[in-house]
Design a protein around this ligand. Structure first.
Ligand code: MG
Length: 238
């Protein structure tokens, strides 16, 4: 499936690991959260280091599959649980999460991300489509987007076609007129393909891309967003 830039009416864009590497931000946020506990709930901080807190967070996720992709709720519950176990006030989970969330949104974009985002946003409406809980306003890039579909707020995440179709609705175009951009093969490329969108796979890793599904062919495979923006804009002029 190929699409000319001129036929494109909008873009949907993954966030984590497409615009910035997510794990460094999560690690910073977990360290900040632990720092908060060390001051306000020292018993909890002493008993649970960041790895132990992450283990509780993963335990909560396993126990509550019905919470879906609501990572905020899982993090809050896990911190409250740690506080309770140590005799500290579980209500401290709320300000502790705020400290975590501040760190989680202190992302460092890939060098190519912001110039490409700016160039693409000047030509097409862009809707963020994320399973994570990044906050575009806090990050300072909300003005490049016409909307956000997050799994937490919408209740359904990628690769479910309904998440893609909701994003297309907010773009104001039909799925076959929209290109989804993302780094994750299963969530972004296969998900977009099954929902009837075009797809751009941002494959930043070195080496030959491994494509597990031979029957799914991304519309574009690119090393970074500069390559994609250059290609789309050239097609749009062609
Ligand atoms: Mg991603």
């Amino acid at each position: 499936m190929s699409v000319q830039g001129s036929a494109l009416r909008g873009l949907t864009l993954d966030l984590d690991d497409t615009l910035w590497p997510v794990w460094p931000a999560i690690a910073r946020a977990e360290a900040d959260l632990h720092g908060f506990l060390a001051i306000h709930a020292p018993a909890t901080a002493q008993r649970f280091d960041t790895a132990a807190l992450r283990a509780i967070r993963e335990q909560v996720e396993r126990e509550h599959p019905e919470w879906g992709l609501d990572f905020t709720r899982m993090r809050l519950e896990s911190v409250a649980r740690a506080l309770t176990q140590c005799g500290d006030d579980p209500a401290l989970a709320v300000p502790a999460f705020e400290v975590f969330f501040e760190g989680r949104n202190r992302v460092e974009c890939f060098d190519d991300a912001l110039p490409a985002l700016e160039a693409l946003a000047a030509r097409w409406p862009i809707v963020a489509l994320t399973n994570g809980n990044a906050d575009l306003a806090r990050i300072g890039i909300a003005h490049h987007f016409v909307g956000v579909v997050s799994a937490r707020e919408f209740g359904i995440g990628k690769p479910d076609p309904r998440a893609f179709h909701e994003a297309c609705r907010r773009v104001g175009a039909a799925p076959h007129e929209v290109l989804h951009i993302g780094d994750d093969w299963a969530l972004d490329v296969v998900g977009a393909h099954r929902a009837g969108l075009h797809s751009a796979w941002v494959h930043r890793a070195e080496g030959h891309p491994c494509r597990p599904d031979a029957d799914v062919e991304p519309t574009h495979v690119v090393r970074d967003l500069t390559e994609l923006a250059t290609r789309l804009i050239a097609q749009g002029r062609g």
